[in-house]
Design a protein around this ligand. Structure first.
Ligand SMILES: *Cc1c(COP(=O)(O)O)cnc(C)c1O
Length: 424
């Protein structure tokens, strides 16, 4: 097949996300993907070191998922999910219940990560309102990222993205992520906030903050925060859009924390990257606060594509893959491989710090640099020249590859990182 000037034709009509077009004019045309590989229009292949934003964890164009989606598309493509139901949604809810933390009881569908957190925030606010209590503040971590809709953006702490909208944000209070050193001062701060503010919910990325450059925090400290907040009926919302579905070494990051959340947000690898979908799950107690004779106490939030049957089929196939012994073995293999690479690289003079949670591995270079600057571009180009797609965040280089990445491909990624250290 021939692809004529995709990059040139792209410029005429397309406005890309997260892009300053004046500084970044040329988009690379990708024409094919398989397993851990992406192929451009010149036939060059790239290892997808970030699983296309943490989605294609079972490999691109995974045959088991493609087959299920194809079958579903011929049976039932789409139907309104308000007043109707269908088998793919029912089966998916059952499958998810078998892997979610035990306290989760209900599944609410939407179609992207931002809407999954937006729904979580709305659940927390309306929960108290339904119980006749006005609570209007949401608690969040510093440097959080929860998405680009208004509630999600308000809770996010990265001002590069959300600065122009600040005046319209919902009321947010922030706490640092917990460490062994700061946990007592965080608990004190929360105690003070609980007296001064009507806190409805706490939204957090458990164990790993993705957009904050894979910053990792202490599970014990997080459990203490959750425990304290629950005593005051603050709805705890785990944003597992990035951490969900095996990436941290367990099905969910929340599995590694003794206190379970009231609400869990999922999206990125829910469908294995094939089609967009998101879910916000919650406890029976939360659901019960909306179950009433009064219509207005229901959760009046809907998206046209809520529980789209083909998306449900993709998600169901993905959950089955995640549970398979083959995929679990892949996860263990990648974890061990990163650990071995870490032992080799962590004392390198150009490496400031390394960290790993499950298959998520990050290293900070020993240099100061801007999040979007020329040094960052130089590093990006180095990897792309080597046929590796990694997306450095500031001076952090991280690997979050599909579980199915081969040992040989992993070695290629490690070698390219090691070579980068030599040219700096
Ligand atoms: C990506 C992400 C989101 C937003 O998801 P979108 O599908 O991009 O809207 C929210 N929270 C976390 C933790 C994410 O990584």
């Amino acid at each position: 097949m021939e692809y004529k000037n995709l990059s040139e034709r792209d410029k005429k009509y397309i406005w890309h996300p997260l892009t300053q077009h004046k500084l970044h004019a040329n988009m690379l045309a990708i024409v094919k993907a398989k397993g851990a590989l992406l192929y451009d229009d010149q036939g060059k292949e790239y290892i997808d070191g970030i699983a296309s934003w943490y989605t294609c964890m079972y490999g691109h164009c995974n045959e088991a998922i493609v087959e299920k989606v194809y079958q579903q598309m011929q049976q039932l493509d789409h139907v309104v999910f308000s007043g109707f139901t269908h088998e793919p949604a029912v089966k998916l809810s059952e499958a998810l219940m078998s892997i979610l933390p035990d306290n989760q009881a209900k599944i609410f569908f939407s179609d992207n990560g931002s809407t999954s957190t937006e729904v979580g925030i709305k659940m927390a606010l309306q929960y108290h309102s339904n119980k006749g209590e006005k609570r209007n503040t949401i608690l969040a971590f510093e440097n959080a990222f929860h998405g680009d809709t208004f509630g999600a953006m308000s809770a996010s702490g990265l001002s590069v993205y959300n600065g122009p909208f600040e005046d319209f944000f919902i009321d947010i209070e922030r706490i640092p992520v917990p460490s062994k050193e700061n946990i007592n001062s965080i608990l004190e701060k929360i105690t003070t906030l609980l007296k001064e503010k009507a806190i409805a919910g706490f939204i957090y990325e458990p164990l790993v903050q993705g957009a904050a450059a894979m910053q990792m925090h202490d599970a014990e400290g997080l459990a203490k925060i959750l425990k304290l907040l629950k005593q005051y009926k603050v709805i705890t919302i785990a944003d597992e859009v990035m951490t969900g579905f095996g990436k941290t070494g367990t099905y969910f990051a929340s599995d590694q924390i003794t206190e379970k959340p009231d609400v869990i947000c999922m999206s990125k690898s829910l469908t294995g990257g094939l089609v967009p979908m998101a879910i916000t799950s919650c406890t029976q107690d939360l659901y019960d606060a909306f179950y009433d004779d009064e219509i207005s106490k229901g959760l009046f939030h809907a998206h046209t594509y809520s529980a789209n049957p083909t998306a449900c089929a993709a998600a169901l196939a993905s959950v089955e893959l995640l549970q398979s012994s083959e995929m679990q073995a892949n996860i263990k293999r990648v974890i061990a491989s990163h650990q071995q690479f870490d032992a080799e690289i962590k004392n390198h003079p150009k490496v400031a710090r390394t960290r790993q949670t499950g298959i998520i591995y990050a290293l900070d270079l020993n240099i100061e640099m801007e999040r979007y600057g020329s040094v960052r571009d130089k590093i990006f180009k180095h990897f792309m020249a080597d046929g590796i797609f990694l997306r450095p965040l500031g001076n952090t280089i991280y690997i979050l590859a599909p579980f199915v990445i081969t040992d040989k491909q992993l070695q290629k990624v490690y070698t390219s990182i090691t070579n980068l250290l030599e040219i700096f």
